[in-house]
Design a protein around this ligand. Structure first.
Ligand SMILES: *Cc1c(COP(=O)(O)O)cnc(C)c1O
Length: 342
């Protein structure tokens, strides 16, 4: 089975597992886990921030950041197809009592004008707009990379209105590798930045938040409140450190595989895909002129040994990662071709 559903399906490598076994640990709620402390310092340094916080999931990283920057009744500007609105179980409204103002972007990338239009002036009738969240790379946007200039434009406008900025950088390092722009260059525009260790970086669990020392102290308290204070968690932090040391630059291979996959899919007459839009490790493609429904197609792909996720009506997403190589990709595209010509 070639599993292209997500880059979350990666298995920890033998070398990563050995690093986990060797990890020195302590009680992290007391701040006494040396491996967690090292991971938090490493992440902060890599992103040019004062401090870092290890959290179990990317959802928790986003939700703690929303809690930090808002008060109940506030409004948060997000992109309409962002992870925060689509895939976090409604937690921003449940846990922080905020409402989300959804602004559509182009493949997930927001432009200044519609964001300005979504901002509410300070008036007794209006909710207070207190936070702007961007997503790098944009998942539903097809792994699109936010241009640095756009980030600068959006965040400098937000700051001038007193609106805080959070980056959901679940796949920030895919953007770093694709653009050659450092994580710190991207991070400088944001008050808080989160990123996942458990996706393309190949760790089994974990995400990071980085920010000022003052914010991280508040986030540490909120993490406890949300039930995310963990004990001898250096075992997991060791996997994260291993991921940061070994698995960043190799993301380039995932991007090459995604491009290769799109170019091969383009040869199938009933597939619409634009390989020029494949910027990182995500390929979005549409099956056209098919009598089969989306679930029927997914089942047929599965029977041909390829696992994918659907994104819409006969629109599918394939994500490349460190457990698939060029041979797998070639085979996956061939098998999809056979299914679609049958
Ligand atoms: C995966 C992902 C997250 C976090 O997901 P978890 O499964 O909670 O780690 C957040 N934002 C984006 C854009 C993601 O793709």
């Amino acid at each position: 089975m070639i599993d292209l559903r997500s880059d979350t399906v990666t298995q920890p490598s033998q070398a990563m597992r050995e690093a986990m076994v060797q990890a020195e640990v302590g009680d992290d709620v007391y701040g006494e886990d040396p491996t967690v402390n090292r991971l938090e310092a490493t992440a902060a340094q890599l992103l040019g921030k004062e401090a870092g916080l290890f959290v179990p999931t990317g959802v928790m990283a986003n939700q703690l950041s929303i809690k930090l920057h808002t008060r109940s009744g506030d409004e948060v500007i997000v992109e309409s197809s962002s992870h925060i609105i689509r895939f976090e179980g409604g937690s921003a409204s449940a846990l922080s009592q905020v409402q989300l103002s959804c602004v559509p972007g182009d493949r997930g990338i927001l432009a200044l004008n519609p964001v300005q239009a979504a901002w509410r002036s300070k008036n007794v009738h209006n909710p207070c707009t207190t936070l702007l969240c961007l997503e790098q790379t944009h998942n539903v946007g097809g792994g699109s990379v936010y241009p640095l200039k756009t980030i600068e434009t959006l965040t400098s406008w937000a700051k001038a209105q007193g609106v805080a900025c959070h980056l959901d950088g679940a796949r920030l390092f895919n953007a770093v590798v694709a653009s050659g722009i450092s994580a710190a260059e991207y991070a400088q525009y944001f008050d808080t930045v989160s990123f996942c260790l458990s996706k393309g970086l190949g760790a089994p669990v974990g995400s990071m938040i980085v920010s000022t020392l003052e914010n991280i102290e508040k986030l540490r308290r909120l993490r406890k409140m949300f039930g995310g204070g963990m004990r001898q968690v250096g075992i997991l932090a060791a996997a994260g450190l291993f991921a940061l040391e070994h698995n960043i630059s190799r993301l380039k291979e995932d991007h090459e595989h995604a491009k290769q996959f799109a170019l091969q899919l383009q040869q199938i007459p009933t597939v619409f895909v634009d390989p020029d839009r494949v910027e990182t490790n995500i390929v979005v493609f549409e099956v056209v002129r098919s009598d089969r429904s989306t679930p029927e197609l997914l089942q047929a792909f599965k029977e041909a040994g390829v696992l994918l996720n659907a994104m819409g009506d006969r629109v599918f997403r394939a994500v490349t990662h460190l457990d698939v190589d060029g041979v797998d990709i070639e085979k996956a595209a061939q098998n999809l071709g056979s299914v679609l010509s049958a």
